[in-house]
Design a protein around this ligand. Structure first.
Ligand SMILES: Nc1nc2c(ncn2[C@@H]2O[C@H](COP(=O)(O)OP(=O)(O)OP(=O)(O)O)[C@@H](O)[C@H]2O)c(=O)[nH]1
Ligand SMILES: [Mg+2]
Length: 231
């Protein structure tokens, strides 16, 4: 709770959809911690839609613009630095990378979208692969849709949300790089984000703010993942 005060002007932002500690029971924190106590391992990189792994476990995927912090957040949530490759060069993750969490479930790092400098052909190839995954993967339970706190939801994000809304997959909005915005910008960010997701049929309610740099919101993200994969 103390850590929250560093970021928020008030203790609760419930009316703005802010997900916080009160959304989870104590045993959920313990169970979630346990679920992530086992080894997280890199499994494989997929470059074509006939390469998706065959298994009967659940998957959660991290999606978002290039450089939004997908790979960093995967490293934070698994507590394994260097598990997913982090880079200052946008568009680094060009394949779909699968990580196993013990024998329980898989975490999937999707290629970022919106990176203009990659060649047109390769953009087409990744976006088709990502679409195939998002729209056709029955093991996929939820997509964590990452939004940079400094920018909020942009048109390009809304275009991807539209695709997700048409598929059977629900998504949860996660704000990244929360360490980078000022306290007095938080209300506006939450308000605008909430407004945009309330119109979207497949968006799960609530907004989770995270910082991989400060490990802010990471335990809550573990709880969210645990809720999704526990059944
Ligand atoms: N300040 C701050 N920087 C972050 C945070 N998360 C990620 N970064 C930085 O943002 C840059 C991009 O991070 P990545 O995790 O590689 O982003 P990505 O979404 O996986 O990028 P692509 O794979 O290119 O799509 C790196 O320089 C990270 O160090 C955060 O919470 N706070
Ligand atoms: Mg990445």
């Amino acid at each position: 709770m103390v850590k929250y005060k560093k970021y928020l002007q008030e203790e609760t932002k419930k009316e703005l959809g802010f997900i916080d500690y009160t959304d989870f029971a104590e045993d959920e924190f313990a169970d979630a911690r346990l679920a992530f106590a086992t080894d997280s391992k890199f499994c494989l990189s997929v470059v074509a839609n006939d390469g998706f792994p065959i298994h009967k476990k659940k998957e959660v995927a991290f999606a978002g613009r290039s450089n939004v912090g997908k790979s960093s957040l995967i490293n934070s949530v698994t507590n394994v630095s260097g598990l997913a490759r982090v880079s200052n060069t946008p568009g680094r993750t060009q394949m779909i990378n699968f990580f196993s969490q013990g024998d329980k479930f898989f975490i999937v790092d999707l290629p970022g979208f919106g990176y203009a400098k990659a060649s047109k052909e390769s953009i087409k190839q990744w976006s088709q692969l990502t679409r195939d995954y998002l729209l056709g993967r029955k093991e996929l339970e939820t997509v964590f849709f990452l939004i940079d706190s400094r920018h909020g939801i942009k048109e390009i994000d809304e275009n991807i949300m539209e695709i997700l809304d048409k598929s059977a997959v629900s998504y949860q909005i996660i704000l990244t790089k929360f360490d980078k915005i000022k306290k007095n910008e938080v209300d506006n960010l939450l308000l605008k984000t909430n407004e945009k997701i309330s119109r979207r049929p497949a968006a799960r309610p609530g907004i989770l703010a995270t910082s991989s740099k400060d490990k802010f919101g990471i335990d809550l993200l573990r709880c969210l993942i645990y809720r999704i994969i526990k059944h």
